[in-house]
Design a protein around this ligand. Structure first.
Ligand SMILES: [Mn+2]
Length: 424
């Protein structure tokens, strides 16, 4: 569904004078407020096609109702998010859950909502109907060449779909690994995987990137064949200049220093993209910023520092995507919260007094360094984020608008209560 412009205007008009007061105040406080707002307007976060439906756990699934029934309806939902926050201008597709039957028409539809196609995602962690070989014991690592070839061909097929949609990257996440000691020869598993990735890499168009995503555990619990950033970087370095490491916040062991990982990958020119979520224990896929917003801020601080050191464009040189699952929330509300949390962390990192921080580091002034970071983190930047949305043509308060307009109720009445989105 698309929201009429008058409705958006009415919402913004009602909030405008209160917002303006706050904006004037923060502008006099933060010297680079204008610059932050401009950067926020440019910053877009891709929404994966599997995040529009209610997620499940291995125990159960409780549908929200009105969930998208097709790829077209998923695009419609992301279009709606983008209309409200003007920062969700990209969609990331998962194959085979969302195979476009008519890629041309799908591309046109997405463009109507102002969306482009971000990284394509392959799937060799599940068996599909009528599949010749099973991935039960892995895909690219598999001891049987037929299984490996099937996984390679699938990835090449995903690239082909992506080409038709105007995407320019593929994310390869492998569930490969072992659950018991002795199950796997680590070296051979690595070599088979590298060989498969090389064949996929060879099928990349000139201007494409390949992201190698790692994960510490699950679904395998003894070893993962792409288990950490070191292994991912090893693959990426061996593959070549179009291969990069992808960091998913939930794919680390507890208490990992993700900001340091980000910093070093950027230093090596090998950070390709980011999957945002939050977690308390493992890969919990909770709303971005819901558990540990300070960590998110520290990560953004390193992202900006590292990108600026390499003169990278914040908005376009890395792939930004939300990768979460929503078990007890309305998926659209959750995504609105996630995007806002990312924007807040980004804005806070943009107002860090970097000159003073460098000076404090040079002088080993540890207390002062902490003060500088926390001064930025403790600044309420929500008005900057709202101002960016307003300038881009979105809503001042997306979540309030979503609720007051009864969008979920409308979706339920048009799509039905029992709809199920394809995906996990
Ligand atoms: Mn991910």
């Amino acid at each position: 569904m698309q929201i009429e412009k008058q409705k958006l205007d009415r919402h913004n008009d009602a909030l405008f004078s209160a917002h303006t007061k706050k904006w004037e105040a923060i502008k006099s406080d933060i010297t680079n407020a204008e610059d932050v707002v401009k950067k926020l307007v440019d910053f877009q976060i891709a929404i994966p096609s599997w995040a529009l439906g209610t997620g499940g756990t291995r125990f159960g699934r409780f549908a929200a109702g009105g969930e998208p029934r097709s790829l077209e309806e998923k695009i419609e939902d992301i279009g709606l998010l983008h209309q409200l926050n003007k920062s969700s201008g990209a969609i990331s597709l998962h194959i085979p859950w969302d195979i476009p039957k008519d890629p041309k028409a799908v591309k046109v539809l997405a463009a109507q909502y102002g969306l482009r196609f971000d990284a394509m995602n392959s799937n060799t962690f599940q068996d599909q109907k009528n599949q010749a070989y099973s991935y039960k014991f892995g895909s690219l690592q598999h001891v049987n060449k037929n299984v490996r070839d099937q996984a390679i061909n699938h990835n090449i097929e995903v690239i082909e779909y992506g080409k038709q949609l105007g995407s320019n990257s593929i994310t390869v996440w492998l569930s490969d690994g072992s659950s018991f000691p002795g199950q796997l020869n680590f070296r051979k598993a690595f070599q088979n995987t590298l060989d498969g990735l090389q064949k996929i890499y060879a099928a990349l168009p000139e201007d494409w990137k390949m992201f190698v995503e790692y994960k510490a555990f699950e679904p395998n619990f003894y070893s993962m064949t792409v288990g950490d950033w070191g292994q991912s970087l090893l693959y990426a370095q061996k593959l070549g200049p179009k291969a990069y490491t992808l960091v998913d916040l939930g794919h680390h062991l507890p208490n990992a220093n993700i900001e340091q990982i980000v910093s070093l990958l950027l230093m090596e020119g090998k950070l390709g993209g980011f999957h945002f979520n939050d977690s308390k224990y493992g890969d919990d896929d909770l709303t971005v910023g819901s558990i540990n917003p300070y960590q998110l801020f520290l990560i953004f601080n390193e992202l900006i520092e590292g990108m600026d050191a390499r003169h990278m464009d914040h908005a376009t040189d890395l792939a930004w995507m939300i990768d979460a699952s929503h078990n007890v929330k309305d998926p659209l509300e959750d995504l609105l919260q996630s995007v806002e949390a990312i924007q807040i962390a980004y804005a806070q990192a943009l107002i860090v007094n970097t000159g003073a921080l460098v000076k404090a580091q040079q002088q080993n002034d540890v207390a002062q360094a902490q003060e500088i970071l926390q001064a930025a983190y403790r600044t309420d930047v929500r008005t900057l984020v709202a101002e960016a949305r307003l300038r881009a043509g979105g809503t001042l308060q997306p979540l309030t608008f979503f609720r007051e307009s009864k969008i979920r109720e409308h979706l339920i009445s048009s799509r039905g209560k029992e709809t199920i989105a394809t995906g996990l």
